[in-house]
Design a binder for this molecule. Structure first.
Ligand SMILES: *[C@@H]1O[C@H](CO)[C@@H](O)[C@H](O)[C@H]1NC(C)=O
Ligand SMILES: *[C@@H]1O[C@H](CO)[C@@H](O)[C@H](O)[C@H]1NC(C)=O
Length: 335
């Protein structure tokens, strides 16, 4: 209906303008204005179709999509899946959040920290990680020199402010958070807080995701304890990990992150622990990767690749040393 109405209206206006043009300039001007206002929404639609914009056409949260992705694509992380779904869904469905969403993901290499942030982005932004509203920073890559902290600080604050000003629903992912200079972490603190406005900008719609290995060792200990006691991995609950995690994170003097008051001030909404992966999870990762590459799932190859990688602790060989991290390269070798 609407698509038909606009061209018709356009035609009518065009014809009337042709007729009127012969008579008087005032009417012509009025018709010109009318014509322009008829064309404008039409042109905007076309522009919006091709160009990513900060509106519902480009940004819609798909909670069933996120749930399905966490269930089907993320392996061995029953605790994290549950917390992520609850945290993100709760935040996205809240029309009036009191602060931005701040998630802190902890776990060993290759357990899925980056992958989870990609799944979240994919189910919020139509362009996923490629969206111009998703910003990823890797500490050692973007902020490598301690001597430059003052410059980095100013730059980072300006970026966050600029991006949130142009799109309130912006997402910022900070990888290697444990390698970030404390001064730099301090500089983003105001953005995570409950302030209504900061220099006229509200950050309440934004999403911050911190990734780090901090606490990974303690999480592994808990997983190992369950294994040693003959308990099911899936019986591990958030509370079993939270205590070890917070102890490690508070007491570990090596991770600059924790020196700052991020935690003291409760700016982090959710701590999300990632468990170390077992042989069977690595196999699932390989099979998923095959599917991703349009290869026929091959259990034998999946098994061989899973056999090839290293496991810890040495005497038991239960958990993959690098999680699912290196399987991509190994798969290329096999196929
Ligand atoms: C949400 O995700 C599901 C599962 O991936 C998909 O089938 C559905 O089309 C998505 N919905 C929208 C509105 O994109
Ligand atoms: C948004 O952030 C990016 C870094 O991801 C930066 O290059 C860009 O200048 C920022 N945009 C604004 C408007 O500040």
């Amino acid at each position: 209906m609407r698509t038909l109405r606009q061209p018709l209206l356009l035609f009518f206006l065009l014809m009337s303008q042709v007729c009127i043009r012969a008579f008087e300039p005032v009417t012509t001007t009025v018709a010109g204005v009318l014509l322009t206002s008829a064309i404008y929404p039409f042109g905007y639609k076309i522009y919006n179709f091709f160009h990513e914009n900060c509106n519902d056409d480009w940004l819609t949260f798909n909670s069933t999509g996120l749930e399905a992705d966490l269930e089907k694509k993320l392996f061995g992380q029953h605790v994290a899946s549950k917390v992520i779904l609850k945290a993100v869904t709760g935040f996205m469905e809240n029309k009036n959040p009191k602060k931005p969403l701040v998630l802190s993901l902890h776990g060993w290499t290759g357990t899925g920290k980056n992958f989870i942030s990609h799944l979240i982005a994919k189910n919020i932004y139509r362009n996923g990680m490629k969206s111009s509203f998703v910003h990823q920073f890797v500490a050692t890559n973007h902020f490598p020199h301690p001597g430059e902290v003052q410059t980095y600080k100013a730059q980072l604050q300006q970026w966050i402010r600029g991006n949130v000003t142009s799109c309130p629903r912006s997402m910022f992912i900070f990888d290697e958070m444990d390698k970030m200079h404390p001064g730099l972490i301090d500089s983003i603190k105001p953005f995570l807080d409950y302030y209504e406005h900061l220099d006229g900008v509200s950050y309440h719609q934004a999403i911050f995701i911190f990734l780090s290995n901090a606490g990974g060792g303690k999480i592994n200990e808990v997983a190992l304890r369950f294994w040693d006691e003959g308990k099911e991995r899936t019986d591990i609950q958030l509370k079993d990990l939270e205590i070890s995690l917070s102890l490690d994170v508070f007491n570990n003097k090596n991770s600059g992150f924790w020196h700052t008051s991020l935690i003291d001030k409760n700016l982090v909404d959710f701590f999300i622990p990632l468990l170390p992966l077992e042989h069977k999870h690595v196999r699932m990762c390989v099979l998923a990767e095959m599917k991703e590459r349009d290869l026929k799932p091959d259990e034998t190859i999946a098994n061989e690749i899973a056999n090839e990688i290293n496991y810890f602790p040495k005497e038991k060989e239960i958990f993959s040393v690098k999680g699912c991290k290196t399987i991509g390269g190994k798969l290329s070798y096999y196929t």
